[in-house]
Design a protein around this ligand. Structure first.
Ligand SMILES: Cc1cc2nc3c(=O)[nH]c(=O)nc-3n(C[C@H](O)[C@H](O)[C@H](O)COP(=O)(O)OP(=O)(O)OC[C@H]3O[C@@H](n4cnc5c(N)ncnc54)[C@H](O)[C@@H]3O)c2cc1C
Length: 420
């Protein structure tokens, strides 16, 4: 089977790897001039198997009025009456109930565990240098009710075999001593010793090279995919500026651009771009060695060898992907106020903005579609780096099982696949 993978972010490249490993011929297309040029470029670097909690929750519901009034410094919502955005919002609200949180978290944990295994398997076969480290992750809060919620979720995670420890403020300071002088006001936190950090861009580039060298994958950059080439209800390839490229199957891994691309084929995806910012500074000897999340300010600090990656903010800005200097300045000043000694803030460079492809339930969309031979692996939101290897295995399994299955040609199976 020859598969066209649309998108060369961490999801597209891990998908290509999982397919090539199963014997597929794979060609990746991306409009950018380099691999991992989108959301996978400079994300928060946390491979965060233990903290896959969905954004939609009763606690988030309480924050919505202040977000809509523009009073939340971390989350901004540009007023929008776009039907797709309103629909997304309605589904998001629908996911803010306790039962939904529990089932969404449960599904997210399953994917996180599969992703952990898949990445371990990959690294057992291939030596990749991407600043990967089992740094452990510490999430701290100043708010008792947030801690209670995190504690409740920690119990669920422990029940699923993910080690998490509930810590007092004292124990948080012992776990990461450099935060003590600056985090005197926390009430406690959750520590997950098994969590990792790693640079998604380095990983994606290195894996892409392995795909080329060892699996014969073809990667075509600077090729914007303009549309799908179809024959009746079947995909026969894709269209780029250079013409039609034939393929037996297509898998869409376009991140935040996926919904718009597919809307013309009457495949409505609930994915909204949620902009986040990051910057990277040279680390000092006061840099934390655990990966740290400030749950109240929604800021993450991850040490990548000699550098600190700091990421945060969540802006619904429609299609505007531009880096807003005032928002980047907000992130920088938050971080410097919280942890002033962890590195050289004077060398924070130009900063970076990326669009998290958010679904209302916080779970990626990894499945077949109603169009024959068209598949989706997209919508990984805030956790694409964490979920990449597991969802790549899932979609590759679906695609190859389906393609080789005898039921492939039957109308009955096609009916089943038509369900969105
Ligand atoms: C600030 C920030 C911090 C984050 N921190 C973390 C973290 O700590 N841990 C974690 O697990 N996740 C994190 N994430 C989320 C994670 O980075 C994303 O979920 C992940 O990168 C999504 O990968 P992707 O491959 O789907 O999308 P992308 O990396 O955006 O790739 C999509 C690709 O599709 C291409 N494309 C789009 N349209 C077309 C077209 N028409 N033709 C050809 N190519 C096209 C784009 O050029 C792009 O290269 C963070 C995200 C942000 C923004």
């Amino acid at each position: 089977m020859h598969v066209a993978v649309l998108g060369a972010g961490v999801i597209g490249v891990t998908t290509a790897y999982a397919l090539a490993k199963r014997g597929c011929k794979v060609t990746i297309f991306d409009q950018a001039s380099s691999i991992a040029a989108g959301a996978s470029f400079a994300n928060g670097a946390q491979i965060s198997y233990s903290f896959v909690d969905p954004m939609a929750s009763p606690a988030m519901l309480k924050k919505i009025p202040s977000i809509l009034l523009g009073k939340d410094p971390n989350i901004k919502q540009k007023p929008s009456l776009e039907p797709a955005h309103l629909k997304w919002g309605a589904y998001f609200l629908g996911n803010c109930t306790e039962p939904k949180v529990t089932s969404n978290l449960d599904n997210a944990i399953s994917l996180a565990l599969e992703s952990r295994t898949a990445l371990q398997n990959l690294l057992a076969f291939h030596s990749i240098s991407f600043r990967y480290k089992q740094a452990g992750k510490l999430v701290v809060t100043r708010d008792k009710s947030t801690l209670n919620r995190m504690q409740h979720a920690a119990k669920i995670k422990t029940g699923r075999g993910i080690e998490t420890q509930v810590l007092s403020s004292q124990e948080c300071w012992q776990t990461e001593p450099v935060i003590e002088p600056h985090y005197r006001d926390i009430v406690g936190g959750i520590y997950a010793p098994g969590d990792h950090v790693g640079d998604a861009r380095r990983f994606t580039n290195a894996l892409a090279q392995i795909c080329i060298d060892q699996y014969g994958v073809d990667i075509r950059l600077k090729q914007k995919v303009l549309g799908l080439a179809t024959d009746d209800d079947k995909i026969v390839g894709i269209r780029t500026g250079e013409g039609v490229f034939s393929a037996d199957s297509v898998v869409v891994c376009m991140g935040a651009a996926s919904a718009k691309f597919l809307s013309r084929y009457n495949i409505p995806l609930l994915i909204e771009p949620l902009k986040g910012y990051s910057f990277t500074i040279p680390a000092s000897d006061q840099a934390p060695s655990v990966s740290l999340t400030d749950a109240d300010h929604k800021l993450v600090f991850a040490r990548l060898h000699s550098e600190m990656r700091i990421a945060g903010l969540a802006d619904f800005d429609g299609d505007d992907m531009s880096l807003k200097e005032d928002r980047l300045a907000t992130l920088k000043s938050f971080a410097e106020r919280l942890l002033p000694n962890i590195g050289d803030y004077g060398h924070s460079g130009t900063g970076w903005v990326g669009a998290r492809p958010m679904t209302p339930d916080g779970l990626p969309i990894t499945r077949a579609t109603k169009i024959n031979n068209l598949y989706l692996n997209t919508g990984h939101g805030m956790l694409g780096w964490t979920f990449a290897c597991g969802s790549a295995e899932r979609i590759a399994e679906i695609m190859t099982r389906y393609h080789s299955g005898a039921a492939h040609q039957t109308g009955a199976t096609n009916q089943k696949r038509a369900v969105q």
